[in-house]
Design a protein around this ligand. Structure first.
Ligand SMILES: [Zn+2]
Length: 96
């Protein structure tokens, strides 16, 4: 399954519920899942980690559906490497 198929699956499964919850309610769930990812990272539990990555990605893509964002199209920002320095690998300094 590629990212476009994943986004379509999330849309088919969850768009109706997501729309009822709204953008900020769905964003709150994404943040909650990011918190769970943080806990899995600290524990070093590989099975939990894989599930948390899936959950964060699912909520992120659900939020994109609500906002009318095509994630495959959005990803093209990084198609040619770092969008700032245009290098692969990135040669930007860590300072903003
Ligand atoms: Zn860079």
């Amino acid at each position: 399954m590629n990212i476009a198929e994943f986004q379509r699956n999330m849309k088919d499964a969850y768009l109706e519920k997501d729309a009822k919850r709204g953008v900020m309610g769905t964003y709150a769930w994404l943040v909650e899942e990011v918190g769970e990812l943080s806990r899995a990272l600290r524990k070093g539990d590989d099975v939990a980690l894989s599930e948390e990555f899936a959950d964060v990605l699912a909520w992120l893509v659900s939020l994109a559906n609500l906002c009318g964002i095509d994630v495959e199209q959005a990803m093209t920002k990084y198609r040619d490497g770092c969008p700032r320095c245009r290098q692969v690998p990135c040669t930007c300094s860590e300072k903003p």
